[in-house]
Write a protein that binds this ligand. Structure first.
Ligand code: DC
Length: 243
């Protein structure tokens, strides 16, 4: 039962293809609504970095058994950067924000995130984070597997070329080396792997609102999401009053 003195809070699930600007719009909404923002891709990336460091053989091949044995050692946390206010990802106490965004992790993350024991562990953590609602979470399976009852589900997409260009610009802006062709190849490969894995593949939830933002400005998509959020909040408030 909802306490009427407390403003009602909802769960916002934002899923979609890689590099389509999910996190930019999710962060902007969380800031405006004063909600917690969780980037679940960063969690899968952090596990991938751990796997590359501790669970590969001499040829660099992933050793799932080794990763499974050490899975409970993996501690992931988010903390805001003091100066920029941007969320930073920590792996076992180390700031790995930069390391997890590089191409090496991007090239291996689909393989690691397809492992059932990895998905199970991260899904449970994500569900814990949403217990009090007031959360905006972005990923691939948030509206389908993590929070199938989320009050607002959005499925974001854009053409592969537009997405590759965005990631390329983002890496250059951060002063990291990048090749547009390699990034485009990675975007297309990850689309395929993320949508074809056995457990919780990338799928549009039947009740998700679809947003193709190929030709939208960031301001336009932020306004679109804010309107959708206001409507979902009003609906949640109405159904609460009906109870
Ligand atoms: O959002 P991103 O590109 O940083 O995500 C990196 C990878 O993590 C993505 O290719 C698939 C995986 N992922 C996932 O399997 N499930 C999620 N909820 C989020 C990300």
């Amino acid at each position: 039962m909802h306490n009427s003195n407390q403003p009602i809070k909802i769960i916002v699930a934002i899923d979609g293809h890689s590099s389509c600007g999910k996190s930019t719009m999710a962060k902007a909404l969380a800031r405006r609504a004063d909600y917690i923002y969780v980037d679940t891709g960063a969690m899968y990336r952090a596990v991938t970095l751990f796997a590359l460091r501790h669970a590969t053989n001499e040829e660099g091949q992933l050793q799932p058994d080794l990763l499974e044995q050490r899975i409970d050692e993996i501690e992931i946390a988010f903390q805001k950067d003091f100066e920029t206010g941007l969320p930073q990802t920590y792996l076992c106490g180390e700031n790995v924000e930069r390391a997890i965004r590089g191409l090496e992790v991007s090239q291996r993350v689909s393989e690691v995130s397809a492992l059932p024991f990895v998905r199970l562990k991260l899904t449970q953590q994500q569900q814990q984070m949403g217990l009090k609602k007031g959360i905006v979470m972005d990923g691939r399976d948030i509206g389908t597997a993590v929070f199938p009852n989320a009050e607002l589900k959005v499925f974001v997409t854009a053409s592969a070329e537009v997405r590759a260009q965005r990631r390329y610009d983002e890496l250059l802006h951060k002063g990291q080396e990048a090749s547009y062709d390699d990034i485009l190849k990675n975007v297309v490969e990850r689309d395929y792997l993320d949508s074809h894995r056995e457990l919780n593949p990338l799928r549009q939830a039947p009740d998700a609102l679809v947003l193709d933002n190929s030709y939208m400005s960031i301001e336009e998509e932020n306004e679109w999401l804010w309107d959708a959020f206001q409507q979902a909040l009003a609906k949640a408030q109405d159904s609460c009053l009906d109870e």
